[in-house]
Design a protein around this ligand. Sequence first.
Ligand SMILES: Nc1nc2c(c(=O)[nH]1)N[C@H]1C(S)=C(S)[C@@H](COP(=O)(O)OP(=O)(O)OC[C@H]3O[C@@H](n4cnc5c(=O)[nH]c(N)nc54)[C@H](O)[C@@H]3O)O[C@H]1N2
Ligand SMILES: Nc1nc2c(c(=O)[nH]1)N[C@H]1C(S)=C(S)[C@@H](COP(=O)(O)OP(=O)(O)OC[C@H]3O[C@@H](n4cnc5c(=O)[nH]c(N)nc54)[C@H](O)[C@@H]3O)O[C@H]1N2
Ligand SMILES: [Mo]
Length: 687
Amino acid sequence: MGVSGAGFVLEWAMPELRRSACPLDCPDLCDLEVEVDAGRVTRVAGATGGARNPLTDGFICGKVRNVAEHLYCDERILHPLVRDGAKGSGRFRRASWDEALDLVASRLGAIRARAGGEAILPYHYGGSNGWLTEGALATRFFRRLGASRLLRTFCAAATTAATRGLYGAVPGVALEDYVHARLVVLWGVNPSATGIHLVPVLERARAAGSALVVVDPRRTPLARRADLHLAPRPGTDLPLALCLIRELFARGRADLGFVAEHTVGADELRRRAEPWTIDAAARTCELPPAQIDALVELYAARAPAVIRCGWGIERNRNGGSAVAAILALPAVAGKLGVRGGGFTMSNGDAWSVGPEPAIAAPMPSTRIVNMSQIGVALGELRDPRIEALVVYNCNPVATAPDQARLVRELGRDDLFVVVHEQVMTDTALLADVVLPATTFLEHRDIRRGYGAMRIFDAGPVATPVGEAWSNNQLFGALLRRMDLVAAGDPMTDDELAAAIFDAGGERGRALRAELDEHGVARPIGPPPVLFQDLLPATPDRKIHLVSAALDAEAPDGLYAYRPDPGGDDYPLALISPALSTMISSTFGQLRTAEAGLEMAADDAAARGIADGDEVRVWNALGEVRVVARVSREVRPGVVVLAKGLWRRHTRNGFTANALIPETIADLGGQACYNDARVEVERAAVSS
Ligand SMILES: Nc1nc2c(c(=O)[nH]1)N[C@H]1C(S)=C(S)[C@@H](COP(=O)(O)OP(=O)(O)OC[C@H]3O[C@@H](n4cnc5c(=O)[nH]c(N)nc54)[C@H](O)[C@@H]3O)O[C@H]1N2
Ligand SMILES: Nc1nc2c(c(=O)[nH]1)N[C@H]1C(S)=C(S)[C@@H](COP(=O)(O)OP(=O)(O)OC[C@H]3O[C@@H](n4cnc5c(=O)[nH]c(N)nc54)[C@H](O)[C@@H]3O)O[C@H]1N2
Ligand SMILES: [Mo]
């Protein structure tokens, strides 16, 4: 009948609600409800009900609420493109997948036959990727090709090295457990922008009587509300943490019982911390001595006390030792073993299941290239020279150090550049072949948060735009085309997922069953408490306060402070914190506002700079022209230009990364994004 017929049509045309989980590079792993109409995303909201991820229950950030703008923007790459103009001209012609794959396979094959597999370098970071789309077929492809291996050091390299050195791979305090804390120290972390779901938890802790301390050269939103805000000069967290350690021992506030029972190396740590008196630290960190004293007393007195250690600390020459010293604090002060006490670094890989089994190819022993030194690698490596760069899950022109050099090197005529991307990024514009990639709402992935201790198996919820392919589709096709598939290889997403969970034994099977039933699983049960539910994952189950491995790795030994080389040419420290509107460079195509360089009023006045003036920011590596923003949020001696900006956001097409050296931190090969020194002057006004 007409009525039921209309009803049927109406129902068929109704948008559908589907569940997903946000895999963007942020600790929180939001549980999402996505409205999809005829395969297109029309609305994204936080899923309510809480059971899947209580941390994000019903509440998501603006970036993801508006993610449909990213999916359907003008810059979205719809089909394969082949360069059709001079290198770097940004001119491309449309190609079929078949033609593009033939071109890529034949070029890579020829380079490998002539110069060897090591002439090929895969280039990737985390993107918005989980266990299926980051580590599976792409890694297998490059291992079997015998390509150079990439050491992934943009982020969390120093913090991971430090955490593992002291504690082994264990999770820290679960973010939801911060309600139990009576002191929270936010050290080099800005959750208001980079992981907002901690903020309401902090508010609840505050209401229950917790104190809040922030250690950050900027007055972040939470620093404004803190009981105590220390704004050290960037790169001086190491002397500050060593001073706290020294004072805890000296004042009889160290927990000697805990230290004796559960740690090794305490005497050596104390010896290395000894020179850092309050006065010495205050001078080096450029802090009032009374503030350091206040922090010692507060930290000694309060329990449970938790340090939320961020990523602002690691990105300088002392970064690894600084993180290690900060992570030693809860051990020295006896803050572990209670719910809400201890530290949180990353909670990302502290469980027994992981993506390696999906790769299903042994690790080759080919040469290793540090991704944070890509300019040097492209320019100087020989035998063989890098002749092909295959970029996916990454936008290095916006995110790697020494941008000007990278742009120059990408323009080399004898370098073949393939970029698999969702949108026309600054990197894609410099490619020879651009391949269209799906977004997280258009492909399946197994996603895990590095704050929230959860895993989601999230299927595709929308139809891929244009001819976009997932990473596994692309690298699966390349494996086949280059004859690199072995019998029994897991190839489909189902097979890859099965490989991951089957390898996890009983725990893996339990996770699989939980995922099948709820779409989400808890890899380690209820939030564990270190020294209640588990012990450090070091061989002797103790905390290694002066880890021998870290001590050997750090160029001058662990906890050796390497001062600013100084000099008057570049007196200002440049840092590049995260923007609330982007994730690294992701979503940069949606940003219309131009960038601003934030600087303190005194520094601006000393240079005759007024708010809104165009300035030149420079050092030996390069120059950026931007508008100055005189700000009360930065301390004198520090200037701020956000991370992740695209070239279009400044006045001369270069960003903070053009001022960042390719030097690495003391641990993990970590990039030193917050270790740039610059000078600023008013740009000559052209009339
Ligand atoms: N909205 C949004 N969220 C994000 C991201 C994003 O780009 N945007 N990025 C994601 C990624 S990739 C990461 S790694 C995390 C990063 O998360 P966070 O660590 O919170 O982010 P950052 O802004 O890099 O650094 C945090 C703070 O460190 C401060 N800082 C800089 N140098 C120093 C220093 O030497 N010492 C101290 N004590 N502080 C310093 C900065 O002023 C900044 O406020 O966030 C993730 N979440
Ligand atoms: N100046 C400065 N620079 C920094 C930092 C800093 O503090 N200061 N911080 C660094 C940090 S913390 C990080 S984590 C890095 C991040 O740097 P990148 O790894 O370059 O991360 P994004 O900028 O998010 O770019 C990821 C790109 O991958 C694409 N992508 C996402 N998913 C997929 C997929 O499934 N397949 C394919 N093929 N592509 C996909 C996205 O469209 C996006 O363009 O940046 C670093 N850069
Ligand atoms: Mo990061």
